[in-house]
Design a protein around this ligand. Structure first.
Ligand code: NAD
Length: 306
């Protein structure tokens, strides 16, 4: 392997420590940040994410609560809950866990959250502010990635950056942040022609497509920094053996859990040509919750003009 491993877990720990310090400072002013999470339905993955968010809040001294609505909850009930949280002056951050069970339209309910407490950064007001380069709540995953790149000494000014994926939660805000940092940004998606050739232009390649090992050596310029956002459950033993030859730990996970987590990048092959790379797991994943904690404390400060 040539590539330097970018340690997202270490950067996430540093962000959490900074947030804990900010919580301490706020406590001295009589302010105790509070996050409220809304979970609709009983999707097992969403439950795990929500529990992890609550635990992370506790660890840095942020108060948090969860509002669990049943899968069959009506839109009126959800809208009323968001309105009640918006009206509660003690609430600093409101997070609506996605996806919502059908037929609820996530977009319509995200739009109801007070932009000043929109700690996921998905409200159109915050999206607009981000694209104008003004202070905003920035979606947690791309915000964490910029901090990882900065702390890892990856230069962005003048760099060619390619973002693979154009979702509202990762691809689009990622591109906006890289642009704000003076990178020359190209966005790719499922209809991009000759994807590998476009990606090969990148000094910084961010892969967020949700397709296991989509990015191969053919997509990577030697020496590039490769950020792998993808989290894909793979249960195909032959594929795992090809992607991680001789990796007994991966095979063990497969046997024990029935799957292993694979990113959007063919890690073993790409690490031989890239200059720096994030692993999956342990790369981008831990940064997302760290970003949420930071946004919650930022909301608590801004709402009080601090
Ligand atoms: P999404 O499904 O909303 O968007 C995927 C994007 O990738 C789309 O814009 C699509 O056009 C593009 N795409 C799909 N297949 C492609 C292909 N073959 N070639 C080119 N482009 C292609 O996904 P998302 O919500 O942005 O998530 C992407 C991945 O990142 C998922 O694996 C998700 O689990 C993961 N994720 C991880 C974190 C984290 O904290 N680590 C956070 C958010 C998302």
């Amino acid at each position: 392997m040539n590539a330097r491993i970018l340690d997202g877990a270490a950067v996430a720990a540093a962000i959490r420590e900074r947030v804990a310090g900010q919580v301490h400072e706020l406590a001295a002013r009589g302010v105790s940040p509070r996050l409220e999470v809304i979970l609709v339905g009983d999707d097992p993955a969403s439950r795990v994410y929500v529990a992890a968010k609550g635990k992370a809040c506790l660890q840095v001294g942020i108060r948090s609560g969860t509002h669990n609505l049943p899968a069959g909850a009506g839109g009126d009930e959800l809208a009323a809950l968001i309105a009640a949280l918006n009206a509660d002056p003690d609430v600093d951050g409101i997070l609506l866990q996605m996806p919502l069970p059908k037929p609820l339209d996530g977009r319509a309910f995200l739009d109801l959250i007070d932009p000043a407490r929109d700690v996921d950064g998905f409200h159109p007001t915050n999206v607009g502010l981000l694209h104008q380069g003004r202070p905003a709540f920035v979606p947690c995953t791309p915000a964490g990635i910029v901090e990882l790149l900065d702390r890892s000494g990856v230069a962005l000014t003048g760099a060619r950056a390619v973002v693979l994926g154009r979702s509202e939660i990762v691809g689009k805000p990622m591109a906006a942040l890289l642009l704000a940092r003076h990178a020359t940004v190209t966005m790719c998606h499922s209809r991009t022609a000759d994807l590998a050739a476009v990606c090969r232009e990148a000094d910084v390649l961010v892969a967020a497509a949700g397709k296991p090992a989509l990015v191969t050596v053919a997509h990577v310029k030697p020496g590039a920094a490769v950020i792998d956002v993808g989290v894909n459950r793979v249960d195909d033993a032959a594929l795992v053996a090809r992607l991680y030859p001789g990796d007994a730990e991966r095979q063990g996970q497969l046997a024990k859990r029935g799957y292993t987590l694979v990113g959007d990048v063919d890690f073993t092959a790409v690490a031989a040509v890239a200059g720096a790379i994030t692993p999956v797991p342990g790369g981008v994943g831990p940064l997302t919750i760290a970003g949420l904690l930071q946004n919650t404390v930022t909301a608590a400060r801004r709402r009080r003009g601090l």
